[in-house]
Ligand binder design. Structure first.
Ligand SMILES: [Zn+2]
Length: 105
C-alpha cells in the first residue's frame, strides 16, 4: 500500500475576514523539516530566505530615503546661506554649502 500524500503542516491566515483565522495549508508536502511536512512555499528555509530578502529590500529603500533627506538638507543649507549672503552674510557659507551638496552626489 502506498503512503497517503502528506499535507503541509503550516497554518495559513484566511483572507478577507475581520478577525485573523487560521486554517491548515492545503498544499501537498514537498519537504520535511524537523520531522514535519511542509509545501515548498512554507518550507521554513524558504520562509527564512524570503524574510531575509524582504528585510534587505527594506534597508536598501531606507538608505535611499535617508540619502534623499540628506540631499534635501544640503539644498536647504544652500538656500539659507544664499539668503544670508543676500542680506550681507559671507559668500564662504554659500560655497561651503554648495561643496557639501557636491559631495553628496
Ligand atoms: Zn504550505
Amino acid at each position: 500500500m502506498t503512503e497517503p500524500i502528506q499535507k503541509c503542516c503550516a497554518q495559513v491566515r484566511k483572507k478577507g475576514l475581520r478577525w485573523p483565522t487560521f486554517s491548515p495549508c492545503r498544499h501537498n508536502a514537498t519537504v520535511t523539516h524537523d520531522g514535519k511536512p511542509y509545501c515548498t512555499q512554507h518550507d521554513p528555509e524558504h520562509v527564512k530566505a524570503r524574510e531575509k530578502a524582504r528585510s534587505q529590500r527594506w534597508f536598501a529603500e531606507a538608505e535611499q530615503r535617508l540619502q534623499g533627506v540628506a540631499r534635501l538638507d544640503a539644498l536647504r543649507r544652500i538656500a539659507d546661506a544664499a539668503i544670508a549672503w543676500r542680506n550681507g552674510g559671507p559668500l564662504e557659507a554659500v560655497r561651503d554649502a554648495v561643496d557639501a551638496w557636491e559631495k553628496l552626489k
